[in-house]
Structures are given as structure tokens and as C-alpha cells.
Design a protein around this ligand. Structure first.
Ligand code: NAD
Ligand code: MG
Length: 390
């Protein structure tokens, strides 16, 4: 029996993870459920999955969670606050942690799970962008196995570990759907709304990653994620726009082979891989019918219309603190865009300006990365407040 802590249980990845877990009651159990502030949604999940522990990050919600669990007649223990979340990521009787909190807010609990040597199903890509070297080193030291829960990286994981052979990787290509604005011009993008940006053509996801997919920052974050997970430098990492979103990634080997992983765009496949590995588990996702799908197309990304991908690549190549600055500025920009405070084209502009204002230096410690993250956020917030990014 695998005991699973689902961090970010009320989100899109959390729902997919719990769906797969519920399909295998004899093998999988949700023992910890964690959410940000939505107590009602967390209570509903507790009623369904009966975990040992439930935790809300918002410390003021402790009483509401405790009383709600009691009213439901559940034995689930209530916890609240960031420290409780980190402690449950490390303890809580689980052997497996689904790290699916959105943004840098997920870093501490992800690190806590890695340090505790858990099997880490890593969806929270921002923690790898912000502190990838440190996180990978902590995981290696503690013997924590990482299974990436990003469709592309999970696909690469399967290509690297599923075929029996080892080594000889030449290049890796991540595919990108191109997002809702593929084929548009910069002029078109000036007036797009948050509603249009979150309407992803292929994937159903939380709002932040949906906007990242529309700006192509998501693919940029994923390049940095791949660099840390698979140890390849940027010159061996490619991006291919593939509008059908059926091929999730491709790995080229020195012998001329190229392996790809295909499947319908549904994150339950990646989660089933992580929850069952090295065994395959039913995920509820239908088999891919290639005749019904018809075509597989590939094209290069448009870096002029979608500069976020270029900015992320530059930050990856610069290394040091640059990816942390990129991530922090992007989180502030996406949140401001979703609130209607800035336009879509201001997202890359704000990221670029913040990167220029906080030049990269060597990332020597977690404390330094946290400091740079905070400074980049302050810089981006005050740039928005100044009215320079309408
Ligand atoms: P979401 O917005 O749907 O869910 C986010 C979850 O995080 C919620 O449960 C929320 O309560 C929780 N949360 C937010 N702030 C928190 C805080 N401060 N403390 C504790 N919990 C907090 O997001 P999502 O789409 O599920 O994405 C989650 C992560 O997975 C992101 O890093 C995203 O990039 C990554 N990811 C998602 C997908 C996808 O298909 N949705 C695919 C690949 C990677
Ligand atoms: Mg992805």
C-alpha cells in the first residue's frame, strides 16, 4: 500500500491525483490532503478520501477546518499554517508526496518532502526553476526518487527509463501546444483578456499555468525544469510546437533512435506513472486512437510574438539567480494580468525589465535565492504601481 500526501489537493493536479488514487483502493491511499485557503473544497475531499491529516496553509482557517471535520464525523486531524504543511510533507505517515501547489509557495513543502526521502511526484515546476540545483541535490542526498508530473517531463522520464537501455542521450525536445494564441500577431495580443488567455485549447489546468501556456512562459519554465531533472545544457534542449498535444516529448539518442511518448492530454496518465512506477496503473484515460486523431504536426515556436520563451532560455543560460528572478517577476505579472491590472503584452515586458534590474549573480544558498525572489517581487510590484505597465 502506498500512502500519498497530496499537496495542492483542491487544484487541477490534485483532482487528477485523487481520481487515480480512488481507482486503486487496495494499492493507494490519500493519507494527507493539503490546500491553500479553500476550506469547503478541502472538507469535501476529506469526506470522500478520509485522510489521516488535512492542512490549510491559511493559519486563520484552522478552526473552520477542525469544526468542519468534526461535523462530518471524520477522524482526520486538522492542521493549519505553512509550518504544519512542511511538517506533514516530511512526516504524516506518507511515503509519497504529490507536490502540486502552484508557484514558489510550493518550494518549502517540496524541499521538505525531498529531504525526508519521499517519492516525490513533482508538479510544482516553479520550485525547480527557483532552486533546481539545491532541490536536486537534497533529493539525491536523501535518496528521494523524483517522478516529474509535467506531461513533457513525465514523457521524457518514460522514454529514459521505460526501454531498458541507459545513457546515450543526444537531445531532448519538449512539445508545446502553442496555447490559445498560436498564430496570432503581437498586435492581436495587445487586447486579449484573462478569460481568453485561460481558455487553453487542449489542457484543463489552473489559472496561473494556463496564462503561462498562453505567453509560452510555461515552455520556458519547462526548459529550466528539464535542465535540472535530466542534466542537459540548454543547447541540447529543443521546443517543438505540436498543436495536437498528443506527442508529449521526444528523446534523441546517439544511435539515431528517437523515442517519443504519446497519449491524450490528461494529467492522470503522468500521475498514474508516478503512483505506480515501475508498474503501470489504470488511470481512467482512454487509449489514444491515432486514426481518429488523423494528423501530428510540428512547427517552430514564434519567439518574436511570444518573448517569454526567449527570456526563460536566456535566464537558464545565465544561470545563478536569473531563473529565480524570472519566476518571481512572472508570478507577479501573471497575477496582475489575471486581476486586470496589466495587459497581456506587459507580462513579458515586466519580466524582461525585472531581469535587467536585478542582474544575475551566483546562487550560493537557499537564503540568497529567497532574498532574490523577494526583491524581484518587490521590483515588479512597484513597476506595476508606477503605472509603467498598463
Ligand atoms: P491550481 O491553481 O489548480 O491548484 C493549486 C493548488 O495549490 C490548490 O490546491 C491551492 O489551494 C494550492 N495552493 C495555492 N497557494 C498555496 C499556498 N500558499 N499554500 C498551500 N497551498 C496552496 O494549479 P494546478 O494547475 O493544479 O497546478 C499546480 C502545479 O502543477 C503548478 O506548479 C503547475 O505549474 C503544475 N502543473 C500543472 C499542470 C496541470 O495540468 N494543471 C500540468 C503540469 C504542471
Ligand atoms: Mg507541461
Amino acid at each position: 500500500m502506498r500512502h500519498v500526501a497530496v499537496l495542492g489537493a483542491t487544484g487541477s493536479i490534485g483532482a487528477s491525483a485523487l481520481d487515480v488514487i480512488a481507482r486503486h483502493p487496495n494499492r493507494l491511499r490519500a493519507s494527507v490532503l493539503a490546500a491553500g485557503s479553500n476550506v469547503d473544497a478541502l472538507l469535501a475531499l476529506c469526506a470522500r478520501h478520509r485522510p489521516d491529516h488535512a492542512v490549510v496553509a491559511d493559519a486563520r482557517s484552522h478552526a473552520a477546518l477542525r469544526d468542519g471535520l468534526q461535523a462530518l464525523g471524520l477522524a482526520t486531524k486538522a492542521h493549519a499554517g505553512a509550518e504544519a504543511l512542511d511538517a506533514l510533507a516530511a512526516e504524516g505517515g506518507s511515503d509519497t508526496v504529490v507536490a502540486a501547489i502552484v508557484g514558489a509557495a510550493g518550494l518549502d513543502s517540496t524541499l521538505a518532502a525531498a529531504r525526508a526521502g519521499k517519492r516525490l511526484l513533482l508538479a510544482n515546476k516553479e520550485s525547480l526553476v527557483l532552486a533546481g540545483e539545491l532541490l536536486m541535490a537534497e533529493a539525491a542526498q536523501a535518496g528521494a526518487d523524483i517522478v516529474p508530473i509535467d506531461s513533457e517531463h513525465n514523457a521524457i522520464f518514460q522514454c529514459l527509463h521505460g526501454g531498458g537501455a541507459h545513457g546515450g542521450v543526444q537531445r531532448i525536445a519538449l512539445t508545446a501546444s502553442g496555447g490559445p494564441f498560436r498564430g496570432r500577431t503581437r498586435a492581436d495580443l495587445a487586447r486579449v483578456t484573462p478569460e481568453q488567455a485561460v481558455a487553453h485549447p487542449k489542457w484543463s489546468m489552473g489559472p496561473k499555468i494556463s496564462v503561462d501556456s498562453a505567453t509560452l512562459m510555461n515552455k520556458g519554465l519547462e526548459l529550466i525544469e528539464a535542465h535540472h531533472l535530466f542534466g542537459l545544457t540548454g543547447d541540447r534542449l529543443d521546443v517543438l510546437v505540436h498543436p495536437q498535444s498528443l506527442v508529449h516529448a521526444l528523446v534523441s539518442f546517439v544511435d539515431g533512435s528517437m523515442l517519443a511518448q504519446l497519449g491524450l492530454p490528461d494529467m492522470r496518465t503522468a500521475l498514474a506513472v508516478g503512483l505506480g512506477w515501475p508498474q503501470r496503473l489504470a488511470s481512467g484515460v482512454d487509449a489514444l486512437d491515432l486514426l481518429a486523431q488523423g494528423r501530428l504536426e510540428f512547427e517552430p515556436p514564434d519567439l518574436d510574438t511570444f518573448p517569454c520563451l526567449r527570456l526563460a532560455r536566456e535566464a537558464m543560460d545565465a544561470g545563478g539567480t536569473a531563473p529565480a528572478v524570472l519566476n518571481a517577476a512572472n508570478e507577479v505579472a501573471v497575477s496582475a494580468f489575471l486581476q486586470g491590472r496589466i495587459g497581456f503584452l506587459s507580462v513579458p515586458a515586466l519580466v524582461e525589465q525585472t531581469l535587467a534590474a536585478l542582474p544575475s549573480c551566483p546562487a550560493e544558498s537557499l537564503a540568497m535565492l529567497r532574498d532574490v525572489d523577494a526583491r524581484a517581487r518587490r521590483h515588479a510590484e512597484s513597476a506595476i504601481a508606477s503605472g509603467a505597465f498598463a
